[in-house]
Design a protein around this ligand. Structure first.
Ligand code: FAD
Length: 298
């Protein structure tokens, strides 16, 4: 690992943070202390994921609304097409607009039966993510982000077909794409070349996951089509019961990844925080980000 000064001006680095809505009071406390820790880094936006069931939907709404009410952060609400009619989805979009939310991350969503089962669109609902993008833009002047898959979405017939699906979302008004996480930057660079060759010019922001727990990340990666390189497995080998060393390795791995991306001209990053601030804060510090409230006071 070479922690050298990067070629890019670190002032131009922009980050966003993704959180999931908490299920218990303890998780709620963890989430808000993480938000408090990361907020001074002045993220472009903070996003909150969306689940299929009713209660998880309400939790997303509650978390996003609290971000609007109690912070100066710019929240982005994730929204999916899953198990809802167009009218129900439109109501959710309107309620976000009324609450002052101006950014939505539009997704088809995962099958109700979980990852790996077949996706069945709701007969009265939006069939694909691009339809949802158009619907959101129809309700208000929202900024809309969508997903992108450098290693191909598991359901897509080919990477080419997947990029066509991304193009459809852009043609419907998507402003930015956030990638599924990846560990081998070459996947991202090759993907970017192919995306640009198809005339897609929006930002394709790399999604970075600090590996809090290697086993969990590998299991999730297997379901989402993200590959785990052998070198990554080797780095975490033998550390299942050694949380402290795992954390140091996780920080080193993520640092190496983002610095390489910066060296290749990338200046926007989306962090999958898992509602934990420490690793993400450290990586952002390494990227040159500092507490803007301290800077402003100075
Ligand atoms: P799309 O972009 O619409 O499709 C992805 C690919 O799959 C395309 O190539 C498309 O053509 C192909 N495809 C889609 N449907 C079919 C089909 N029936 N047959 C063949 N090919 C098909 N999930 C949540 O539930 N909540 C969230 O908050 C959430 N946030 C996410 C944030 C990011 C940044 C990312 C990358 C993913 C997120 N997901 C979330 C996961 C996402 O919902 C799943 O990956 C889902 O399976 C696809 O939704 P999408 O909008 O990415 O799909």
């Amino acid at each position: 690992l070479t922690l050298r000064p990067s070629r890019q001006d670190t002032c131009s680095i922009r980050v966003s943070f993704e959180f999931f809505p908490p299920k218990t009071p303890e998780m709620e406390t963890t989430l808000w202390s993480s938000i408090e820790r990361l907020a001074p880094l002045d993220p472009q936006f903070v996003s909150v994921t969306y689940g299929a069931g009713g209660s998880t939907r309400e939790r997303t709404h509650a978390t996003v609304s609290r971000l609007v009410r109690e912070t100066n952060l710019r929240p982005a609400a994730h929204l999916t097409c899953v198990a809802a009619t167009k009218e129900e989805v439109n109501d959710v979009i309107r309620s976000y607009w009324d609450a002052g939310v101006r950014h939505v991350v539009a997704l088809r969503g995962d099958p109700v039966g979980g990852l790996g089962t077949a996706y069945v669109p709701h007969p009265g609902g939006y069939q694909q993510a691009c339809d949802l993008v158009a619907a959101i833009k129809g309700v208000g002047d929202f900024e809309v982000s969508v997903s992108a898959y450098p290693e191909k979405h598991p359901e897509a017939a080919s990477l080419d077909a997947d990029i066509d699906a991304l193009k459809a979302k852009v043609d419907c008004g998507a402003d930015r794409a956030i990638t599924q996480f990846f560990f081998d930057n070459d996947h991202y660079f090759r993907y970017l070349d192919r995306v640009r060759a198809k005339g897609i010019n929006i930002s394709i922001v790399p999604g970075i996951v600090p590996v809090q727990n290697f086993k969990q990340t590998s299991n999730f990666a297997a379901k989402t089509g993200a590959s785990i390189p052998a070198w990554l497995a080797a780095r975490f080998d033998g550390l299942d019961n050694d949380v402290d060393t795992r954390k140091l390795i996780a920080a080193a791995v993520a640092a190496e990844q983002v610095i390489d991306l910066v060296d290749h001209g990338v200046n926007e990053f989306h962090f999958y925080t898992m509602n934990r601030a420490d690793l993400v804060y450290a990586i952002c510090h390494l990227l040159g980000l500092r507490d803007h409230t301290v800077k402003a006071a100075a």
